[in-house]
Design a protein around this ligand. Structure first.
Ligand code: FE2
Ligand code: FE2
Length: 328
């Protein structure tokens, strides 16, 4: 196997977005700053909370430049993280319908117009190249670590659910070829679009709404009790990706983006048509067959993921409709 890329490089610390993320950055770098702010008035979907959580998770993924690796298990940081996660989860539970009718949720994914679709619809029909590049910058917060949050869940499953999820992950990681890893395909697309593609490069520009989506994946990945929600979230990606990616292929062609850009989305049209089947038949069916109590968690993962996707679409389309950039 040929090794491409520079190996694991810890991304630089971003600029704080408020007192919570400032506290995390100060704590990580052992600077003495202001005390942790009051928990009251914290926006559970806010830029500050989500940058803070994103940094907490980054310590588990690739670490952060100039932060000691041992900070990953710092007890103060872990305690703060749990509090922030609770605020986020409680708000999500207030904002989604819940329930345990999993089949209805899964069927809904195949027919409903979810927020993500309208961004891809906009880009396919009328969006500018600059808007397409903005979209790619936002989504880099996930795609440069594509499949990493879901890998955490594999160890919590067994039998065909485990084998099915591992099969999908194997594809996401390029089926044994580093240059075909979806994160690598994404980086190649970014370079083709004139964007730098190092992990973490664009963190300062990415919306907190996007960070919230990635944080939910990490949160559910790291907490065993939320494994159902993690699978539900992954189902949303896999069941809605194929048509969304087809619209982005159309956008890439219309805007003359180039072969690497078309390839990233075309690969997802094809792969995710298969992944959708595997997730439904080989992962979700056996999982709820053996652990029926996970159905409500799966439903929560699906609904929460759609809710956050809708917020992202509203934010981005709202900015574009008034001629503004959606980036920070
Ligand atoms: Fe992928
Ligand atoms: Fe996939």
């Amino acid at each position: 196997m040929t090794v491409t890329g520079p190996g694991v490089v810890a991304p630089p610390l971003p600029t704080a977005r408020g007192p919570i993320s400032q506290w995390i950055i100060d704590h990580c770098t052992r600077r003495v700053g202001p005390p942790f702010p009051s928990r009251r008035d914290v926006d559970p979907y806010g830029e500050d909370l989500h940058l803070a959580l994103y940094l907490c998770y980054e310590l588990h993924y690739r670490g952060l430049a100039d932060v000691p690796e041992a900070m990953e298990w710092d007890l103060d940081l872990l305690g703060i993280r749990l509090e922030l996660e609770s605020l986020f989860l409680e708000q999500l539970h207030r904002d989604v319908a819940g329930g345990d009718d999993l089949d209805a949720e899964l069927d809904g994914l195949l027919t409903e117009t979810v927020g993500e679709r309208s961004v891809s619809q906009h880009l396919a029909t009328e969006g500018s190249l600059e808007q397409f590049r903005e979209y790619v910058v936002h989504r880099s917060a996930y795609h440069l670590k594509e499949a990493d949050p879901q890998l955490l869940v594999v160890s919590r499953l067994d039998g065909s659910a485990k084998a099915g999820l591992a099969a999908v992950e194997f594809d996401e990681y390029g089926s044994g070829r580093a240059e075909d890893m979806h994160s690598e395909l994404y980086a190649a697309m970014m370079r083709e679009l004139g964007l730098t593609a190092a992990y973490g490069d664009h963190l300062d520009r990415v919306s907190g709404t996007v960070l919230a989506e990635v944080n939910l994946m990490s949160l559910c990945g790291f907490r065993r009790e939320l494994r159902g929600a993690a699978v539900g979230q992954f189902a949303v990606i896999e069941l809605t990706s194929s048509p969304g990616s087809a619209r982005l292929v159309k956008a890439a062609r219309r805007l003359g983006c180039g072969p690497a850009t078309e390839h990233f989305y075309a690969e997802h049209v094809e792969a995710d048509a298969v992944h959708e089947q595997i997730i439904r038949r080989d992962v979700i069916a056996p999982l709820v067959g053996t652990e029926p109590e996970l159905a409500a968690g799966l439903v929560f993962g699906i609904q929460a993921s759609q809710h956050l996707g809708g917020r992202f679409a509203d934010e981005v389309l709202g900015a574009w409709s008034t001629g503004r950039s959606s980036l920070r």
